[in-house]
Design a binder for this molecule. Sequence first.
Ligand code: DC
Length: 218
Amino acid sequence: MIIAIDGPAGSGKTTVSRLLAKQLGISYLDTGALYRVLTLKALEENINLNDGETLQKLASTMNVKIEGERIYLDDREVTVEIRTPLIDKNISQVASHPQVREVMVNLQRKITYCKDYVVEGRDITTVVFPHADYKFYLDADFNERLQRRYKELKEKGLSVSWEHLEEQLRKRDEADFTRKVAPLKKTEDAIYIDTTNLTLSEVVNKLLSYIKKKTIFR
Ligand code: DC
């Protein structure tokens, strides 16, 4: 069973997906983390981020390990490092290359093959798993998403200015929605959930109620 969840940055996807998977007793895959690890590796190796072919090679050979909420690159834990503003700033460029996306899509299908997973990202309901058992699109107002992202970074002890973060979120939204390959969009069959005024558990319960309803009528 695949539960596919898409939505913009700060829509609550990651936390919601993690909790939902826990409640259902199944696994969870944050596909953004894979793009983040690749961006970190490319920056560390001084790779030109316009060079799709070299990035593709890097993506197909990188050694990523996911253990619960912890992410490892070449056996080094990079859980916090991949969520810094430096990665946010550069990730859209890395994720824009079709060659990179091809490797990532295959990797995501390989990780989840024949298993029960909640998978979240930007192109999960459209490209990676268009025939997923359940499809959701999570959204929230821009200001709410900005606030969430600001809080998340502060809690991690990372210093960021509100204005800088606002500019970065706008740029990332623009890149996510207008990318030539696999842009973020809601499919007709995905259930739209506006999380702006909902608590985390309210969102999870909403998703669970749709899942239970569909299971009963199958
Ligand atoms: O979910 P996130 O904010 O960690 O994702 C970071 C970036 O990675 C996002 O702005 C675009 C890219 N991404 C993508 O292109 N496709 C995905 N399935 C997941 C993330």
